[in-house]
Design a protein around this ligand. Structure first.
Ligand SMILES: Nc1ncnc2c1ncn2[C@@H]1O[C@H](COP(=O)(O)OP(=O)(O)O)[C@@H](O)[C@H]1O
Ligand SMILES: [Mg+2]
Length: 402
């Protein structure tokens, strides 16, 4: 099977998906604007380097010329900004897989909600906005507090919660560069993900991650140590509603083969409310967390699913997995880590990754990468124990920079 895979070099986990494709026997034809190193090259049959992978029309023309006379069986991507490019390439070359219109339902946050709502599912009230006057009209419907964000954003960029008209006035000038946005009713609830590997829209692997705190707070409050917690027991009443919602959303949007990443809120009344969904793997450490939950390799199983429509991983949920991201106090280089030794003395047996930046290393930009100044991964068979240890890591480990 010949597979075109977009951007094998970036983001970092794309290397793993490339490896997975090679391991299930696909010939991987990479297309990207990065420079694959020797190790990645081993998994690539060929590589087309383009000036900018974001320039869709240019990439389509170049791939067309490059592939002349060669048959390809799949065109795949697993990075949000390239999902539409992959769909356009599929349509152009008559390759099977999700069509442009289907992918739009996973990219355009207004269309997505309309399609999900049409299936009778609970979504936030929302309106597409293209101008300042659109925004004022939209908040008449959504009310305050409201959320305003790009129509097809990612990583909480340019996303604002506004409590009232005064705050909205302050935020509007900062949205000037966003051509199309969406205004939404603010949903007060605990945010979770619902992640899957699907064959023909039917999940063959499912996972729920709880965000502590919600993503918008992780991205706006520097002092917070964000926690992502992969829940072991999917039948727990706290998350079962999200699983049920997620399955219906996949059907409503016409999911095909591949991974999906949905976000939803559990309100204080226990209702599961749709947030958003993408037809690709979750970023940051989401796939690693699922791999640690079941001791499997979903990079490879994704590849098997999208090439052979078979899933051979275990669905057994062995652990609750927590990732805790840390941020140093102060600017410049990391100067000290306090509390780590004591934490490891208590919980070290459950820690499976400890990647806090060491003294002397420059701080990372926490606004740009959730990875922040390093992370700890731990796991435990009990959801309660994993949560307790994660909260302890958030509170008791401090990093400093100077
Ligand atoms: N309607 C909403 N109600 C409450 N919080 C929201 C709402 N929309 C977005 N958020 C918050 O903002 C974050 C980013 O919004 P999201 O639609 O997920 O955009 P992105 O594509 O950037 O991830 C969400 O994860 C959530 O924390
Ligand atoms: Mg999101």
């Amino acid at each position: 099977m010949k597979v075109v895979f977009l951007s094998p070099t970036y983001p970092p986990e794309m290397r793993q998906f490339t490896r997975g494709l090679a391991e299930v026997g696909a010939e991987v034809l990479g297309v990207g604007d990065g420079d694959p190193d020797g190790e990645l090259r081993r998994h690539l049959t060929d590589y087309l380097r383009v000036p900018s992978i974001m320039n869709e029309d240019d990439v389509i023309a170049r791939v067309h010329a490059w592939l002349r006379g060669r048959e390809v069986d799949r065109v795949l991507a697993n990075w949000e900004p390239l999902m539409m490019l992959a769909a356009r390439l599929r349509e152009r070359f008559g390759v099977p897989g999700m069509a442009v219109d289907t992918v739009r339902g996973f990219r355009d946050k207004q269309l997505m909600k309309e399609r999900v709502a049409a299936a009778g599912l609970r979504v936030p009230r929302a309106q597409r906005v293209r101008s300042v006057s659109d925004v004022w009209a939209a908040v008449e419907t959504t009310g305050f507090p409201a959320i305003i964000k790009p129509i097809s954003g990612a990583g909480s960029a340019d996303t604002y919660k506004v409590a009232d008209a005064t705050e909205l006035l302050r935020v509007l000038p900062r949205m000037g560069h966003v051509h199309e946005a969406i205004c939404e009713e603010f949903i007060d609830g605990e945010e979770h993900t619902y992640d899957t590997v699907c064959i023909d829209g039917q999940p063959v692997y499912e996972n729920i991650i709880r965000y502590i705190p919600n993503a918008i707070e992780m991205r706006s409050l520097e002092w917070v140590s964000p926690i992502m917690l992969s829940v072991r027991d999917l039948e727990d009443a706290k998350v079962a509603g999200g699983v049920a919602l997620g399955r219906k959303v996949l059907t409503a949007l016409g999911m095909d083969d591949g991974m999906t990443h949905m976000e939803w809120f559990r309100t204080s009344t226990g209702e599961a409310v749709f947030g958003e969904i993408a037809c690709r793997a979750g970023g940051a450490m989401v796939v690693d967390m699922m791999n640690y939950t079941s001791d499997i390799d979903l990079f490879r199983e994704w590849a098997r699913v999208v090439t052979a429509r078979r899933f051979e991983g275990s669905r057994e949920r062995k652990y609750s997995v927590a990732v805790i991201f840390k941020r140093a106090q102060g600017q410049g280089r990391i100067s000290a880590i306090v509390g780590l030794d004591a934490f490891l003395a208590r919980f070290g047996a459950h820690v499976i990754e400890e990647r806090l930046l060491r003294p002397g290393t420059p701080r990372r930009d926490w606004k740009n990468t959730l990875l922040s100044d390093g992370h700890i991964v731990l796991r435990h068979p009990s959801d309660e124990e994993a949560t307790r240890m994660a909260l302890a890591a958030a509170r008791e480990i401090q990093m400093y920079a100077a």
